[in-house]
Ligand binder design. Structure first.
Ligand SMILES: Cc1cc2nc3c(=O)[nH]c(=O)nc-3n(C[C@H](O)[C@H](O)[C@H](O)COP(=O)(O)OP(=O)(O)OC[C@H]3O[C@@H](n4cnc5c(N)ncnc54)[C@H](O)[C@@H]3O)c2cc1C
Length: 338
């Protein structure tokens, strides 16, 4: 009887959390909520726990501070869909400014971007052209661009754009991200490793259906570990490059996670296969699990912090709330405290 009650209570809790997550993901796309939050001073202040600020200078300053703690950075100007080719080109120009600012300030940082920011949904040709322009500028500065991965309907297009910039523009300073919740991730990983593509492995941040993605956390975690094994073996076998001395280029494997169990697994697996510390890196989002960020850096592991900035912080912030109820609690108590 007691056991049944326990199972029922837990099912309600898990079901409730699932609904809360879906609701927060819905809010992340709702314009009315966005308008309200953007004009709400306290909400903006609280969001700054996860976002460096609204300006490029804010992000450079945060990167500098992290550099002094021994961590590298990847800067991300927030923003998702663009509606016209002009907007996509304009975003491309803004991203060039980030590369220029990294170069002139000398911070140890690369950049991350989403292909929908530079026109993926409008035209793949346009997206290839803008990405290649950015990669060529980054190459001039010996810098690196990471293409974030978005929701599953866009994964094929992202892979095509990546292949085209390699083949048509001979670009090799761009890396990819794979999501362990997708069934297809292993196949994509094996394909990308054929050209020694640098990969950031993540669990995945979108709500995906069971037709394409594992639904249970344990399955996503197990797949994460097994994909990291493949990636770390590849780094060991190719004797893949270290993190570059200036902190701009990541090594072949990167794990984007705040999960202590995943991090322990990676450290243990590296020890098992004899992969030196500087041949893989752990990446975390700005403001999340800072304790783990600090302790990894203190142990001598390369740590890269993903620093989002810009006026489009709203959907990013809502996705962080959806990921973890404790973040929502933090937000609500901060609001009530004023
Ligand atoms: C650098 C980086 C880049 C990313 N890029 C992408 C991308 O391109 N595309 C994409 O879909 N997703 C991306 N993500 C998001 C990712 O897919 C996950 O949604 C997100 O990282 C949450 O999963 P998790 O591995 O951190 O662990 P979870 O499964 O969310 O949490 C596991 C454990 O981690 C710890 N933890 C998690 N959050 C916190 C916290 N706030 N404070 C303290 N402990 C915490 C807790 O112990 C928790 O139990 C990225 C994540 C990172 C770190």
């Amino acid at each position: 009887m007691e056991e049944k009650k326990f199972i029922l209570q837990n099912s309600i809790l898990i079901g409730g959390l699932g609904m809360l997550r879906t609701f927060l993901i819905y809010l992340s796309k709702a314009n009315w909520m966005k308008e309200m939050m953007l004009n709400w001073g306290i909400a903006r202040k609280v969001a700054l726990r996860f976002v460096a600020g609204e300006k490029l200078e804010d992000a450079i300053l945060v990167a500098k501070n992290l550099n002094t703690k021994g961590m590298n950075a990847t800067l991300d100007q927030l923003g998702e869909d663009t509606n016209t080719p002009e907007e996509a080109r304009e975003t491309g120009e803004q991203i060039k400014e980030i590369l220029n600012a990294i170069e002139s300030s000398g911070v140890r940082a690369g950049i991350s971007l989403k292909l929908t920011q530079i026109g993926l949904d409008l035209s793949e040709d346009l997206c290839v052209e803008i990405l290649a322009g950015l990669a060529i500028l980054a190459r001039k500065y010996n810098n690196f661009i990471r293409v974030d991965i978005e929701d599953s309907p866009r994964v094929d297009a992202t892979m095509r754009v990546y292949k085209r910039i390699q083949e048509e523009y001979k670009i090799n300073n761009v890396g990819m991200v794979l999501q362990s919740y997708l069934y297809r991730a292993e196949e994509d990983l094996i394909e990308l490793l054929k050209s020694n593509t640098k990969i950031r492995m993540v669990k995945g941040a979108y709500t995906e259906p069971p037709t394409v993605a594992y639904q249970k956390k344990i399955e996503v975690d197990e797949n994460f570990d097994s994909l990291m094994e493949i990636l770390m073996d590849a780094a060991n076998n190719n004797n893949g490059p270290d993190v570059s001395k200036d902190g701009k280029w990541p090594p072949l494997p990167a794990a984007g996670t705040h999960d202590p169990a995943r991090v322990e697994f990676i450290k243990e697996y590296a020890r098992l296969i004899g992969l030196p510390k500087d041949k893989f890196e752990i990446q975390m989002l700005y403001g999340i699990n800072k304790g783990l960020q600090d302790s990894l850096a203190a142990e001598g592991y390369p740590v890269r912090i993903y620093i989002p900035f810009g006026q489009e912080w709203y959907p990013y912030f809502m996705r962080r709330l959806a990921e973890r109820p404790a973040n929502l609690w933090f937000f609500l108590t901060a609001l009530f405290r004023g």
